[in-house]
Structures are given as C-alpha cells and as structure tokens.
Design a protein around this ligand. Structure first.
Ligand code: ADP
Length: 449
C-alpha cells in the first residue's frame, strides 16, 4: 500500500503525478527549489518542502535533501518523474534503503540500461534487433579503426553513458574516424565522467519509433503500442504521435510482441520505453529509457490507460490484472511540446506570463503548470506545457490540433506554438511523410523564405 508519494520533480510532470495520486486517494508531497516557491505543483500538493537553492544541482538533484523531505513528511514512496534523478540507480537504491518504495524499475535495471553497451547486449540476447556496430566498447583508436572496417561508413561514435545527444559523433569516412573518436570520448568524459564509446552504423533516413511497455512484479508484461517521435531538432523531440503513420498493423503487432517477450525475459518492472530507429521496414534498437517519458500522454490517449496510475500500482506490488489481449488501441493522438523559446531561433525566453488561456473541448488535453502571472525561471528545462489531442483518425487529430492551437493564449514570453501552427499546414507533415532529419530541413527552408 502506498499512502503518501513524494514527487521529486517540478513543472508539468510534477502536476501530472499529483493528479494520478489524487485520483487514487494518495496524499502528495511537493519538493521545490527557492525559485519554485510559488509554482503550481507546490500550491496543489498536500504538503511541500523547500529542498534548496535555484540550481538543480543543489535542489532537484540533491539526494540528501530529498530523503530528508521524505522523512520529515512520512512519505512512503517517491516518484522521480522524468529527467533529474529518474534514471539515477544510486537514488533508487537510497530510496529503498530508507524503506520507501521507488516508483520505477529496480536499481539494477536502471544501471543496466544506463550503460548503452550493456543495454544493447542484454536486449539483443533477449531477441530485440539492434543497430549493427562494434562488439561492445572500442578501447583504443586502433580498435576503432579495426572495428570500423566491419561496421562500414558512415558511422557514429557513441558514448556508453550518453544521453541528450551528447557524446555522439558522426564519421562520414575513414579519414574522419580519429577526430570523431577523440571528440566523442572527450565529450563523454566531460559530460558523464565516463569516456567509454562504441561504434554504430549510421542510418541515413530513419524514423524514431519507440515501444511503450508496462510490467508488474508477477511476470505480467504488456506493450502499449508505439509512438513516432521522428520530428526532432538537434536530437530533441518536438512533436510525437501514436500510432506511427509509417507502420502497418502487422509491423506494429510483430515489434510489440518481440518487445513484450524480451522485457518478460529481462524481468523488468514498471514502465519503460524501447527506442528504435526504423528504416526500410526494419527496426534497430538504440536505447531503453527506464522511466516515464515526456510523450507518454499520446499512448494514454489511444489506450485509455493511465500510465502513472499503473506505475504506482505495480510499484506497490499489485498485479496488472489484464493481458495483452485486453489492451486495445483507438484513434490517433498527437502531442506538441510547448517550450518557452522563440519559435524560429529557439532562444530561451524565461520571464513572466501575462495572459494564459488553455484550450478545451472534447479530446483536448493540456499538461502544464502555467498560470497567468507565473514567472518562468531561467534555471530549468524550457518545456512549459504539452498540448495533446485525440481524434478518431490522424486527419481528425490534425483538425483538432489546429483548432486547439488557435485557442491557446500565452503572452509575455515567446513560445514554440507558432512553429506548430505553420507545421500543421505542411503537406508532407500532413501525409506523415517524415524522417528524423525532416524537421531540420523544414526549418532551414522556412528560414530562407
Ligand atoms: P541520446 O541518449 O543521447 O538521446 P540516442 O541513442 O537515443 O541518444 O539517439 C538520439 C538520436 O540520435 C536518435 O533519436 C536519432 O535521431 C540519432 N541517432 C542515434 N543513433 C543513430 C544511428 N545509429 N544512426 C542515425 N541516427 C542515430
């Protein structure tokens, strides 16, 4: 039984978790930095604790302060959200060592999937197709040269500890390998304190398609279909949709089943996402995220399953209570990430929100912690909201998205809303005809006009 959850996060995701808790009759504790004293997640939670100054390294990443907040408030579980400590195995271990429930997978699984070399080996052994590449880590440049001959060019040098697109370098040809190898290693060492790198074949025009899984501690695993997250800028997702416009029903069922069987073998618990690149009808695993994703609502909209509620239930040891056959997919959902950034230059735009009006109506969802008069602090991620729509078809979802984008009002700061207003009129986007490089090409073309 979980009776009080401490939410170790901020912004829209803290609110999202709070909502699930309240619907389950669970009390909530918000933690916050000094800058977030007036934030909506603090206002809505049953209790709140200030855990440190503005910098996230001293607040939202401050493990001793968060554990102290748990003890002061008597929380019996911790939900880490996404980002911050959500994929920190040590944090999961510490929470459990304090006799609390970590709402997420075991520390061992977080650690395994956090090392991309180990993760690739583990999922490959469980039957998931991976991107061809070096056999594990390449220890020296000499090693890299040898291995690159087998992998072929172009290739990527990738950091085992990589994340957020860091520690990744493209080598178009053999003569650039040394430069890419050294740069990736150095960046990985600086960013993650771990310079291990490996090689991977570079796919030219893939889509990013990821499969959502959910597992309990009794051996029951379901997949909840896929999300297409190919619309990216600098490897960061901008818009996501489910189902993917590229897959047939057979392809969806086949990859879902491969993933479900593999995750069962691995003995994973909680929610997780298996990320693939998809090219010419083939899936290639790139990584697994062992947490709730920003884009989880599009899956919720087409399955009618509350992923945070399920996370909490399985963390408490409950059985899923349904099987793959009970999971049904209905209609189409699209999510736009609204960032406090200029819609063309992507320059951050923190500051005070003057007017705020949320769109509404049937099957329109806005996950956001904004309110009129709120000051967006400059210290954290620029995501200020997610607009999610659902329609019976992709076309219906697009019509609804256009309508909802027309209703939303956020003044006082720049936002990425105008980007989506333009994007939605693009014929290729309307056809769902895009790969992971499409948005950057589109942005360049727009800038020239
Ligand atoms: P990170 O954890 O840093 O986000 P990922 O491995 O998830 O790194 O890759 C992030 C993005 O980089 C992918 O969504 C894709 O756009 C690109 N990418 C990664 N691996 C490859 C590859 N082998 N070929 C082409 N693009 C890739």
């Amino acid at each position: 039984m979980i009776t009080k959850v401490l939410i170790a996060n901020r912004g829209e995701i803290a609110l999202r978790i709070h909502r699930a808790c309240k619907e389950m009759g669970i009390a909530t504790v918000a933690v916050h930095s000094e800058a977030d004293r007036e934030a909506m997640h603090v206002r809505l939670a049953d209790e709140s604790v200030c855990i440190g100054p503005n910098a996230s390294s001293e607040s939202y990443l401050n493990i001793p302060a968060i554990i102290a907040a748990c003890e002061i408030t008597g929380a019996d579980a911790v939900h880490p959200g996404y980002g911050f400590l959500s994929e920190n195995a040590r944090f999961a271990d510490i929470v459990e060592a304090h006799d609390m429930i970590f709402i997420g997978p075991s520390a061992a699984h977080i650690k395994l999937m956090g090392d991309k070399i180990a993760a690739k080996a583990a999922v490959s052994a469980a039957g998931i197709p991976v991107v061809p590449g070096s056999k594990g880590e390449v220890l020296t440049l000499e090693d890299a040269v040898k291995s690159a001959k087998k992998v072929g060019f172009p290739l990527l040098v990738k950091a085992a500890a990589g994340g957020g697109g860091r520690g990744m370098r493209l080598a178009q040809k053999a003569e650039y390998l040394a430069e890419s190898y050294n740069a990736a290693k150095q960046e990985a060492l600086a960013a993650f304190g771990d310079g291990s790198v490996y090689l991977e074949r570079y796919l030219g025009k893939p889509r990013h398609i990821e499969v959502q899984v959910l597992a309990d501690t009794h051996g029951n695993v379901v997949h909840l279909g896929e999300r297409d997250c190919s619309l990216q800028r600098r490897n960061q997702k901008i818009l996501e949709e489910a189902p993917s416009p590229a897959l047939t029903e057979e392809q969806r069922t086949e990859i879902g089943e491969i993933v479900r069987v593999a995750i069962t073998k691995i003995g994973y618990r909680g929610v997780g996402t298996i990320e693939f690149l998809w090219e010419n009808g083939e899936f290639f695993f790139i990584e697994m995220n062992t947490r709730l994703q920003v884009e989880h609502p599009v899956t919720e909209m087409i399955t009618d399953i509350d992923l945070v509620r399920e996370q909490i239930r399985v963390a408490a040891g409950e059985e899923l209570g349904y099987t793959q056959d009970d999971v049904t997919f209905s209609g189409h959902s699209i999510e736009c990430r609204i960032n406090a950034e200029h819609a063309r230059t992507f320059a951050p735009s923190p500051g005070k929100v003057c007017d705020f009006h949320a769109p509404g109506g049937l099957n329109v969802r806005l996950d956001s912690a904004l309110f009129a008069g709120y000051s967006i602090p400059p210290y954290y991620d620029s995501l200020i909201g997610k607009l999610i729509v659902h329609g019976k078809s992709r076309k219906g979802a697009l019509m609804r998205l256009r309508r909802a984008l027309g209703e939303i009002v956020i003044t006082g700061v720049e936002t990425t809303i105008p980007l989506f207003v333009d994007l939605i009129d693009d014929p290729e986007f309307q056809e769902g005809d895009y790969d992971i490089h499409w948005l950057e090409r589109w942005l360049e073309a727009q800038a020239e006009n």
